[in-house]
Ligand binder design. Structure first.
Ligand SMILES: Cc1cc2nc3c(=O)[nH]c(=O)nc-3n(C[C@H](O)[C@H](O)[C@H](O)COP(=O)(O)OP(=O)(O)OC[C@H]3O[C@@H](n4cnc5c(N)ncnc54)[C@H](O)[C@@H]3O)c2cc1C
Length: 411
């Protein structure tokens, strides 16, 4: 029996990989070392059900704690890996101990971008990454409390929606001229701006935060660069995340804002894999490499690494996809808007049910953004993966059933 697989991190990707290895018949030791005190859990509910008080932390666990003991998967929780020694095939831990490995997997996730302004460490200025963060924010969200959300990305907007459901007064402060500027089309940005305003959220776009004001030892307001002061009792900062690749960089693995991996999730060292948010990975459909911060990506790369470790062929590449829930709106995105020449809207944003199809110059479907449109999402996911050519007029014609959008082949 070898030293087995050691996984650094005990999040979404790590938990999926450990389970897949045992399911695939791997019998050598498997150990997860995780900095957080909980076994692997899902983060999406942190800004949704958990924040609204509709879910308990236990319901977020990928598997019950007993699963790991049953499957002989070692969990070293509340413990950080401090360094990797590739020559000795060991890692050193924050508790002073050392562990050996035959195969190492980095599943260290991402770390939140910090806002470098005065007052960022004031009580009541929070970020949202862990169950502990969500519980701390939840405890301060009451009817009438005043929340300032810094950052109009998905996490910030989900926090805003959950806080409105709890009766808090909410202001979203976004530096760019539109919400979701880096990750959504203009149409989608405008739709979410209208939706949040209709729910009573105040949106401040093109607004830069210069600091946090304090009173009685806690945050009392957000100061903007133009001098405006937004009063608040709680501020949640969600301005994006960076790959947690410091261990890999120190160990001499190839990194470029994320650990570079191939289609089998292998790093520049064939005995070391990296999976999830910490990687920069190939996306074969578009011929590019990029970081993807999503649950589907973590799960796909866990499958790739499991196949590699088990000596099986790499699974077929999947099309990137993502979702977000805000109020009664379910957004699902499939594909990446790369090489887009035209956008075609199907359905009616005013009716809260529509999809934006992104086509390239040859009308090949590159990506779709679907709001409350499960059928469009499901079909477009297949078409975008295959680069299906679609007639823009048929896409836009809601009288044509989704499945019949691709023209029938000539008889
Ligand atoms: C609030 C929120 C909402 C989200 N909503 C969605 C959504 O709706 N849909 C979606 O697809 N995605 C969503 N995501 C993103 C998704 O949760 C991540 O993409 C996913 O968790 C990535 O999995 P991972 O295993 O790579 O990283 P993580 O799940 O973050 O796990 C990494 C773990 O590694 C640990 N770690 C790091 N360094 C060390 C070290 N040196 N030693 C030991 N442990 C270490 C970290 O503490 C962490 O626990 C959301 C994320 C957040 C924060």
């Amino acid at each position: 029996m070898g030293a087995g697989v050691l996984i650094i991190g005990a999040g979404q990707a790590a938990g999926a990989l450990a389970a897949a290895l045992r399911q695939g018949g791997y019998t050598d030791p498997i150990t997860l070392v995780g900095a957080e005190p909980l076994p692997p859990y899902q983060r999406p509910p942190l800004s949704k059900a958990l924040l609204k008080g509709e879910a308990e932390p236990d319901s977020l666990l990928l598997r019950p704690a007993a699963f790991y003991a049953d499957k002989a998967i070692g969990l070293r929780l509340g413990t950080r890996v401090q360094a990797i020694d590739r020559a000795a095939r060991t890692v050193s831990l924050s508790d002073g101990s050392t562990l050996s490995w035959s195969t190492l997997v980095l599943a260290t996730g991402s770390r939140l971008r910090r806002l470098a302004v005065p007052g960022i460490d004031a009580a009541g200025v929070r970020e949202l990454r862990t169950v502990a963060d969500a519980q701390a924010i939840r405890a301060r969200l009451t009817p009438g409390s005043r929340l300032a959300v810094v950052g109009g990305g998905y996490v910030g907007l989900e926090v805003a929606a959950s806080a409105r459901a709890l009766g808090a007064t909410v202001t979203v402060i976004e530096r760019e001229a539109r919400l979701l500027a880096r990750v959504a089309s203009q149409t989608l940005s405008a739709f979410f701006a209208t939706s949040h305003q209709a729910q009573g959220v105040t949106l401040l776009l093109g607004a830069t935060v210069s600091g946090f004001e304090q009173a009685d030892g806690a945050v009392s307001g957000v100061r903007l660069a133009d001098g405006r002061l937004i009063d608040c009792d709680l501020a949640v900062v969600g301005i994006g995340a960076l790959a947690e690749d410091a261990l890999a960089v120190a160990a001499g693995l190839a990194c470029e804002d994320g650990i570079l991996v191939d289609e089998s999730a292998r790093t520049s060292d064939p005995d070391i894999y990296a999976i999830g948010d910490c990687t920069r990975r190939p996306v074969p459909r578009y011929g590019i490499r990029m970081r993807l911060e999503s649950v589907p990506n973590a799960l796909e790369q866990a499958k790739q690494a499991a196949a590699g470790i088990l000596g099986q062929p790499a699974p077929r590449a999947e099309l990137p996809w993502f979702w977000s829930d805000q109020y009664d709106l379910r957004l699902q995105i499939a594909g990446l808007p790369i090489g887009v020449a035209r956008e075609v809207v199907r359905g009616d944003p005013a009716g809260k049910r529509f999809a934006v199809f992104h086509l390239d110059a040859e009308n090949r479907l590159q990506a779709v953004e679907a709001v409350n449109s499960v059928a469009e999402f499901a079909a477009a996911r297949q078409w975008a993966a295959a680069g299906q050519v679609l007639d823009p007029a048929r896409v836009a014609d809601a009288a044509i059933p989704v499945k019949q959008i691709p023209e029938a082949p000539a008889a």
